[in-house]
Design a protein. Structure first.
Length: 312
C-alpha cells in the first residue's frame, strides 16, 4: 500500500488513459498563464457552463433558493451567475495550486488568527481544520501550507491517472494526504500533534451520517469531525478563506468550544453552523452545484427533479 505522503506509482500511458492525460496536459499549460488571463478566461468558462451544464445549473439554482429564501429572485439570480464565474476561475486556481507559481497570490494576502494554530502547536495538540467546498479551497490550502505543516483528506478517484495527478499535485505543498478510507492514518497523524484539513460539507452516501441543520434545512452530514475529535482529542478549528478581487483572505477561528460532546448531532450541527457562516461571507465562491439536500429524513428529496429553464 502506498504511504500517505508519497504519490502513487505513475499510471500507464495507454490509449484508454489518453483522454485524461490530454486533459492534464491542458490544465498544466493553463496553470502557467498570467493570472489576469486566467481570471478572464475563467469567467468565460463559467458563462458557458451556466448555459450548457443544465443539471449542475439546476442543482445550484435549487440550493440557492433553499438557502436564501429571504432574498429577492433578482439577488438569487445574480448569485447564480456569480457562482459560475467563480467556478470557472476556480479551475485555474486548482491548476495553479497543483502545477503553477503562486507568487501573484501572495500579493495582498491577509492571514488572520494564526496565533490559534501556534498556541495549539506549542501544546503538541492535533488540529482538525474544518472548511467547506469553496472554489478557493485548493489555492488557499497551498497558501496556508506555507504557514503551517498541513495534511489533507481527499476522496480517492477511480481513474488511476486522476488519482495520481491529485495526490502528486497536492503533495507539492501538503505534508501528507489521506484517502477517505484511511481513517487510521488520519487518527495517527492527529494523535502525533499533526494538522489536518477536512471539508465535511457534502452528502457522502454510505458513510456514517446524521441530519443536521444547514441554512435551516436538514442536511445529511458525515460525522467524521465528531469521531476524529473523540478518538484523538484534537482541536476542531474553523478555517475561512475567500478571494476579494485578486487577493486572498485566510482566517483561522478559535477552536470550537466544548467539542466533542456526547451528542453527535449537536456537534455536527455546530460544524455545519461554522461552514454556513463561511458561506454567508463569500456566497458566490461556494460550490453550489453539489446536490446538498438530495437526501432528507423522509427519504430521497425531489428538490432537484424540477424542470430547468434557461438563465436570463
Amino acid at each position: 500500500m502506498t504511504a500517505p505522503d508519497s504519490p502513487p506509482p505513475r499510471p500507464p500511458f495507454t490509449p484508454r488513459h489518453w483522454p485524461m492525460w490530454i486533459g492534464l496536459g491542458v490544465m498544466t499549460a493553463a496553470a502557467h498563464l498570467p493570472w489576469l488571463w486566467q481570471r478572464a478566461i475563467g469567467r468565460g468558462i463559467g458563462w458557458l457552463a451556466l448555459r450548457l451544464a443544465g443539471t449542475r445549473r439546476r442543482a445550484a439554482e435549487v440550493n440557492i433558493d433553499l438557502c436564501f429564501p429571504e432574498q429577492s429572485p433578482a439577488w438569487r439570480r445574480r448569485l447564480l451567475h456569480d457562482s459560475f464565474d467563480a467556478l470557472g476561475i476556480g479551475l485555474f486556481e486548482f491548476a495553479r495550486a497543483w502545477w503553477g507559481n503562486v507568487k501573484p497570490m501572495r500579493q495582498g494576502l491577509r492571514i488572520e488568527g494564526l496565533e490559534h494554530l501556534r498556541a495549539l502547536q506549542a501544546e503538541g495538540r492535533g488540529v482538525l481544520l474544518v472548511s467547506g467546498h469553496f472554489m478557493t479551497l485548493e489555492i488557499c490550502g497551498r497558501l496556508m501550507c506555507e504557514q503551517v505543516p498541513l495534511a489533507g483528506m481527499y476522496r480517492r478517484h477511480r481513474d488511476p491517472v486522476m488519482e495520481w495527478a491529485v495526490k502528486r499535485g497536492r503533495l507539492r505543498y501538503a505534508s501528507a494526504m489521506f484517502g477517505n478510507g484511511d481513517i487510521r492514518g488520519a487518527v495517527r497523524h492527529l494523535k502525533r500533534g499533526g494538522f489536518l484539513w477536512y471539508a465535511p460539507d457534502q452528502d457522502m452516501r454510505g458513510k456514517d451520517t446524521v441530519f443536521a441543520p444547514f441554512f435551516g434545512m436538514p442536511a445529511s452530514t458525515i460525522t467524521a469531525t465528531h469521531q476524529l475529535a473523540r478518538l484523538t482529542g484534537c482541536a476542531v478549528v474553523p478555517f475561512f478563506h475567500r478571494r476579494e478581487g485578486g487577493r486572498y483572505i485566510l482566517r483561522v477561528a478559535a477552536p470550537l468550544p466544548d467539542f466533542p460532546s456526547e451528542d453527535v448531532v449537536a456537534d455536527t450541527g455546530q460544524v455545519n453552523a461554522a461552514i454556513e457562516a463561511m458561506v454567508r461571507e463569500a456566497p458566490a465562491q461556494y460550490l453550489w452545484i453539489h446536490r446538498r439536500f438530495k437526501r432528507q429524513p423522509q427519504g430521497r428529496s425531489t428538490y432537484y427533479e424540477r424542470p430547468s429553464t434557461p438563465p436570463a
